[in-house]
Design a protein around this ligand. Sequence first.
Ligand code: NAP
Length: 486
Amino acid sequence: MTGQRFDLVLFGGTGDLAARKLLPALYTRHRFGDIDAASQIVATARQNLSDKQFRALMREKVVPHVPKADYDDAAWQKFEAQVGYVGTDANNAKSFAQLRARLIDEPERARVFFLATAPALFTHICAHLAAAGCVTPATRVVLEKPLGRDLESSCAINNAVGAIFAEDRIYRIDHYLGKESVQNLLALRFGNAMFEPLWSRAWVRDVQITIAETVGAEGRGEFYDATGVLRDMIQSHLLQLLCIVAMEPPASIHPDAVRDAKLQVLRALKRFTPNEVATRTVRGQYKAGAVDGQPVPGYLDEPGIKPASHTETFVAIKADLGNWRWAGVPFYLRTGKRMQERRAEIVINFHNVPHAILDVSGSARTNNRLIIRLQPEDGLSLDIQAKTPGEGMRVQSVSLDLQFEDELKARRLDAYERLLMDVIRGRLTLFMRRDELEAAWSWVEPIMHAWAAAGEPPKAYTAGTWGPAASSALIGRDNLAWLEEA
Ligand code: NAP
C-alpha cells in the first residue's frame, strides 16, 4: 500500500453527499491502492451507530453508487474494515470527546475533517473540535459549498473557521475544479504554445460558457428554493471556469500562483450598476414541459418550493473584464436546470479573417471556433475553413474533433476521488482561497440586490428548452448566437 497515512473524519457521514460521492470515491481510491492500510475513515452524524451498523448502512446506501466496473466484494470488505463511526452532535460540545478518543496521534499522520453538513454547522463544529483538542497545526479542514449566501455570511463562516484553522489548512471545494475536463483546460492553455498568442482581444471575438442540466430541483427543493442558480452555479462553477479561461499564465502550478492569477480575473470583472443588471442579465424559471421525451412538472409544482416563488432556475449574463487582454470581449455565461440537454462547454469564437478573398457563401460559419467540452464527455473541437471539393475557390467550415476518452484510454478519476486525495496529500491548487471566494461574492451581490429591488418574477421557459427567449435576445443584440446544435 502506498502513500500518506491519515485519519479522515467525515461529518455528515450518513448524508446524501457522503453516500453518493465521498464514500464511493474513497472506496475507489482504496481499491486502486492509494489508501494506506493503517489509515482510518471515521464517519460521524447525530445518529448513534456502532461501526458494524454503519458498515451495514454503507452496504445499503453507498454500494449502489459505486460504478459497477469498480466494485469488487473482496475489495469492499478490506475498505469497510478501515471505516468506523462515532455519533457526534455538532451542537453538543461534549459529544466531541468520543471523537477525540478515536483519533490517532502520530506526527506523520495527516488529520482531515471533511464538513459535509449544512454550512450553518461549520462554526460550531470547528469550535468544538478545537475545544476537544482535535486540532493540531497540521490538521486540514474541508468545506463543502455553499459557503454562505452573500458576502457577509461567507465572511462570517470564513472568520469562524479561520479562527481555528490557518488559511493554508482550509480546503474549500468547488468540485468542478476536480473534473478531468477542467484540468484539461489548464493543460490546453499552459501545455501548448500555439493558443497563447491568440488568447486575447486581438483574436477572440467572444467567449461563451454554458453549464446546462436536464435535472430539476427534485429531491432538494427546499435547499434550491432558498438558493437559486446565481448563488448555486454562477458564483462558484461558472466564475471558476471563467477564471481558468481568462487568467494570465501563472509562473508555476503552485497553489498560490494559480490562485493569484484567478483572483486577478475576479477583480477585473466589471461590476454591474442596477441598469446594467437589467440589460446584461436574464433570469428564468422553468414551467412544465418534456425532457428526453418524458413530461416533467414546472418548478412551482416541485416538492419543497414555496408558492409563487421567484427563485431563478436559469441565468444568462453578459460579463466584461476590465483588463488589457480582454477589454471589449464579451463573456457570456449561461446555466440552468431542466434544459434541453446535459451539457457543459466553453466556446471561444475567434474573429473573422481581416480581409476576405474566398467565397464563403456555402459555409455555416466564417470564423474559427474552439469548443472545449466538459460534459457529458470531455473533448475539444476546432472549426476551421476548408476548401469545398470541386471547381472554384469556395470554402466551408469543418471540425477537427478530439474525444479524450477515445484518445487516452486510462480510467478517469471522479472529481471527488481527485479532490479527496489532494486534501490527504496536502495539495491546495484545486481549492478556492478565501479572497477568491469573497471576490466572487462581491461581483454577484449587485446582481442579487438589483433583482430583489426590481421585484420582477423570473421569465418563464418551458422545461426541455434552452431557456427563456430573452437569453437568445441578450446575445442576439450583439449579432451573435449561443451554440445550441449538437
Ligand atoms: P444531507 O443529506 O441532509 O446530510 C446532512 C448530514 O449532516 C447527515 O449525515 C446528518 O445526519 C448530518 N447532521 C445534521 N445535523 C447535524 C448535527 N447537528 N450534528 C452532526 N451532524 C448533523 O445533506 P447533503 O446533501 O449530504 O449535503 C451536505 C452538504 O454538502 C450541504 O452543505 C450541501 O449543500 C453540500 N452539497 C451537497 C451536494 C449533494 O449532491 N448532496 C452537492 C454539493 C454540496 P443526522 O441527521 O443523523 O445528524
